[in-house]
Design a protein around this ligand. Structure first.
Ligand code: ZN
Length: 258
């Protein structure tokens, strides 16, 4: 399998267990896409991917960190060599829940990095999170921005929103990434919604070290656990686990060109 979104490269989260968790994943037959969240972690993702088999890198500045700049992402993409492990831009997007960076700056960072995705023909790992119901909707800002760029492809990582926005994503050929949240959410409507995702649009991920799936809640997450997400949905949807694994691997390879 392939964990389509994790942060195993990042020593801020995996100070002394990175190699151990990497070996466990490889032994279990699991590769991974290591996703940057700021300039430092994007550099680290590229280095880690360059030095490990079955690891690929996404570079990008998360909306939380937009206020600290994204110049290094432009440099990493512009200077990437023919054999570079960089396969995507991400994670980028808008987060109106925490608003760690001002909204105008989040939008600027998103637009600049989407331009890179278009210019270098790279898929995008999107982090889009809405704020409180009485606040302006993040999606009202996101979709018009997305539609301004032509030829974008990508995944709505860790999607937890409404059917309407899921449909808008599908109509734009986006994939949806499910992770541990889908195994432990108590919101029935979300479970029902996730169960309707067409298999050819589905990716699985861990977002490790966050969002550990059942039954390991409370422990640190790792790429190996992507299997638990796949198993959970194979059972729920009454699909053979191997079939679901194969389909999600195929989707991941197709999107990221790996
Ligand atoms: Zn992430």
């Amino acid at each position: 399998m392939i964990d389509s979104h994790c942060h195993l490269h990042d020593t801020e989260f995996f100070a002394d267990n990175r190699e151990e968790f990497y070996s466990q994943s490889i032994t279990a037959g699991i590769g991974m896409i290591c996703v940057g969240t700021d300039e430092r972690s994007s550099q680290q993702a590229v280095e880690f991917a360059a030095n490990h088999d079955y690891v690929w890198a996404a570079v990008g500045v998360h909306p939380h960190d937009s206020k600290d700049g994204w110049g290094e992402i432009e440099r990493l993409v512009k200077e990437k060599a023919e054999d570079s492990p960089i396969v995507a831009i991400g994670e980028i997007g808008l987060d109106y829940y925490y608003n760690h960076s001002p909204r105008e700056v989040q939008i600027q960072a998103l637009e600049a990095q989407l331009q890179l995705a278009v210019d270098y023909d790279l898929p995008v790992s999107f982090h889009i999170r809405d704020g409180a119901p009485d606040q302006p909707s993040v999606w009202d800002d996101f979709w018009p921005i997305f539609d301004n760029f032509h030829g974008l492809r990508g995944v709505l990582h860790s999607f937890t929103d409404t059917r309407a926005n899921l449909e808008k994503g599908f109509s734009r050929n986006l994939y949806v990434g499910l992770n541990g949240i889908s195994t432990f959410t108590k919101v029935q409507a979300q479970q029902e919604l996730f169960a309707t995702i067409p298999l050819d649009r589905l990716l699985v991920e861990t977002d490790a070290p966050f969002l550990t799936p059942k039954p390991f809640r409370g422990k640190i997450n790792k790429p190996e656990y992507v299997e638990l997400v796949a198993k959970y949905w194979a059972e729920k949807r009454n699909i053979d686990f191997n079939v679901l694994s194969e389909v999600t691997v195929r989707n991941t390879k197709q999107l990221f060109g790996i």
